[in-house]
Design a protein around this ligand. Structure first.
Ligand code: ZN
Length: 174
């Protein structure tokens, strides 16, 4: 398993729409292993393939609490089937939008159809954090990040800040 680099806003690749996977083969499984490793390393609870620059409709998540056994979840070609009308509100963070938390309202329940790690067709009813997380990650597959949910002004402020941090990373002091 390899830890990959996570792309951050305003990287244009994050705006790409990801392509469905035809067959879940070795290549996809290796990608999922890398994604999981990368997500754990970055202390995230969800990661979409596009966040490491691969435009495939693949998501990994792990909502287990600290101290609990890891509970990795893999979603290939996830599609949301039913959403309810009630919304739940979470302050969402994103590994591609470091150190920012944005309040987002999303349906509090949904059903998702997907292929698992072995390519088997599955259906999962999600609520609360699980529902929010899967919807956040499916947004990534459509080229959407949490910055879509803030005002234009706030978005440009955040992007400016993130661009600056990036520039600083390359700065050397000798
Ligand atoms: Zn995210």
């Amino acid at each position: 398993m390899t830890i990959r680099k996570i792309l951050t806003e305003p990287d244009p690749i994050l705006k790409k729409i990801s392509i469905p996977v035809e067959v879940v083969g070795e290549e996809e499984q290796k990608l999922m292993d890398d994604m999981l490793e990368t997500m754990y390393d970055a202390k995230g609870i969800g990661l979409a393939a596009i966040q490491i620059g691969v435009p495939k409709r693949i998501i990994v998540m792990d909502l287990s609490k600290e101290g609990e056994k890891n509970d990795p979840m893999y979603f290939v070609n996830p599609v949301i089937k039913n959403k309810n009308q009630d919304l739940s509100k979470y302050e969402e963070g994103c590994l591609s939008v470091p150190n920012q938390f944005i309040e987002v309202n999303r349906p509090s329940m949904c059903e998702v159809e997907y292929l698992d790690y072995n390519g088997e067709k599955k259906n999962l009813k999600c609520d609360n954090l699980l529902a929010t997380c899967i919807q956040h990650e499916i947004d990534h597959l459509e080229g959407i990040t949490i910055l879509t949910y803030v005002s234009k002004l706030k978005r440009s402020m955040i992007v400016k800040k993130l661009s600056k941090t990036k520039a600083n990373e390359d700065r050397v002091v000798l």
